[in-house]
Design a protein around this ligand. Structure first.
Ligand SMILES: Cc1cc2nc3c(=O)[nH]c(=O)nc-3n(C[C@H](O)[C@H](O)[C@H](O)COP(=O)(O)O)c2cc1C
Length: 484
């Protein structure tokens, strides 16, 4: 289905909740506390409960009606439904969707409105109390309460006026203070430094609780200079309704659940972290990070804080970003001139970055090696990667059993495993070089395709022919799984 053919999305998180509940994708939990129980349940929901979205209600010691929602995107079905695709969309079809979206991302400009549900409750000055919101301690080892994980952090270029938003973690400290952790080189970091280099405070707005389609754009690497509100409009199929923050002038989604605006002043740092991170470790530790001094706070009646919780992958960060990243790697492989790409899959357990499988229809000697080496170094694939596997076109790259079978039966480690040294990584990668301040790593590229020079004599694969499958479907359809 093309991007244009999809149904336009409501921009209201509450409509999404109704949609997910009716699709059997939502579990409600009453009475869990924010100190340990919410995080504990999210962890178990990921490991043992089939990864539903979880809505926490009746949170002890908080106003009735204040809620927390976690696990927005921890199933392919929820991601597909959020994007207006059928719930039955396969992994590789979802990747195709992202590939097409990223190749030629449609844009729709936001619309400024004067009103919106966000304005139900508005606070300024001493009336601001960020601690009204039940931000959880998501993991037992976290150094505080993170109000922002499934969030949008909005900033503006002081020179060009370009508006950017990204998902950067935000810790709540006291009534009027939060902090933000933005990795070096991310757009938010570049914009903040522009203000501080001029000796000015950086205006900032943080939004927590929007329709997950709008949030999704926050975690995607939309190119520098492109307005993420316009990209989100294109993804959602309609213009994003925004209000202007009266203090900062920044655009804020009118149907958001919770938002605040204020300033980050130069050299105003506060101790932050750690937060259990997407690689599955408390990497990054506790450090001094920019403080956000709040000047406005808004929330809807009965607000919902959304969390996208990192942890041992698969986690909320890895599912949708994995499918999106796979789509971009696919597009970048094609742009680099590699033909015959059948699919790309960034395995969830690799945290959306560390494991990439590429399926190709082999066309010439050296084709599979070319695909693997480029996938491991193209822009979307290079950062923090550890393993790239290239498989033939009879293998679904999202089917890990088949990928492992290919490695076991079509790869000769003497010749088909390449080790690359000194590659682009991060301090969150626990295997990045410990003695290297640049956090480089090494990685392997596994060619698990049928050897090109043996393709004519390669033994036949043991599996049903299409004729037998058709016959069995016709005769015994009632005992076979639905849709098979
Ligand atoms: C749930 C989630 C949490 C994230 N947390 C952080 C973070 O704390 N700091 C950071 O620099 N990037 C974080 N990221 C990654 C950025 O959001 C991502 O790289 C995004 O493209 C940044 O936006 P930008 O390209 O406009 O800088 C997170 C992503 C997600 C999905």
């Amino acid at each position: 289905m093309s991007i244009i053919e999809r149904r336009p999305q409501s921009q209201d998180l509450r409509d999404w909740l109704v949609q997910m509940e009716s699709a059997g994708e939502l579990v409600r939990v009453k009475g869990a506390d924010r100190e340990r129980e919410i995080g504990g349940i999210v962890d178990i929901a990921m490991r043992k409960m089939g990864r539903p979205a979880v809505l926490f209600e009746d949170i002890p010691n908080y106003k009735p009606g204040f809620r927390v929602l976690a696990n927005l995107f921890t199933s392919v079905k929820r991601i597909a439904l959020t994007l207006g695709l059928p719930g039955t969309t396969s992994e590789v079809d979802l990747v195709r969707f992202w590939r097409d979206y990223m190749r030629d991302a449609p844009t729709i400009a936001p619309t400024e409105v004067n009103t919106g549900a966000l304005l139900d409750n508005s606070f300024e000055g001493d009336a601001i109390n960020l601690l009204d919101i039940p931000a959880p301690r998501w993991h037992e080892g976290d150094g505080g309460y993170f109000i922002g994980t499934g969030c949008m952090v909005i900033m503006k270029d002081p020179e060009s006026g370009w508006v950017n938003y990204g998902a950067y973690r935000v810790q709540a400290h006291d009534k009027k203070t939060a902090s933000v952790m933005i990795s070096k080189g991310k757009h938010g970091d570049i914009l903040m430094r522009k203000y501080h280099d001029k000796g000015k405070p950086c205006p900032i707005a943080v939004v927590v609780g929007v329709h997950p389609g709008l949030f999704a754009v926050a975690g995607l690497e939309i190119p520098f200079g492109k307005n993420e509100f316009e990209a989100a409009g294109g993804l959602m199929g309609e213009s994003i309704r925004i209000i202007r923050g009266p203090v900062t002038g920044l655009p804020i989604p009118a149907e958001a659940e919770i938002a605040f605006e204020g300033y980050v002043h130069k050299d105003d740092l506060i101790e932050e972290g750690p937060l259990g991170e997407w690689t599955g470790y408390y990497a990054g530790g506790r450090a001094m990070r920019p403080a956000i001094r709040l000047e406005r706070l808004w929330y809807r009646n009965d607000p919902i804080l959304t969390g996208a919780i990192p942890g041992i992958p698969p986690n909320d960060d890895t599912f949708y970003r994995g499918t999106a990243r796979s789509g971009v790697v696919w597009a970048e492989l094609e742009a680099a001139g590699v033909p015959g790409i059948q699919g790309v899959w960034s395995h969830e357990a690799g945290g959306s970055r560390m494991w990439l499988t590429v399926s190709i229809k082999q066309m010439y000697a050296g084709h599979s090696k070319q695909a693997g080496l480029i996938a491991s170094q193209c822009h979307a694939g290079a950062y923090a990667n550890r393993v790239v596997v290239v498989v033939d076109d009879d293998i679904d790259p999202a089917d890990m059993d088949k990928v492992v079978w290919s490695i076991c039966t079509r790869c000769d480690p003497r010749d088909d495993v390449q080790l690359l040294h000194g590659c682009w990584s991060t301090h969150l990668d626990p295997m990045s070089y410990p003695d290297d301040k640049h956090n480089m790593n090494s990685r392997m590229v596994i060619d698990a395709c049928t050897p090109w020079n043996r393709r004519d004599t390669w033994p036949a694969v043991v599996c049903n022919t299409a004729t037998l499958e058709q016959h069995v479907r016709e005769r015994f359809g009632e005992v076979l799984p639905p849709g098979w």
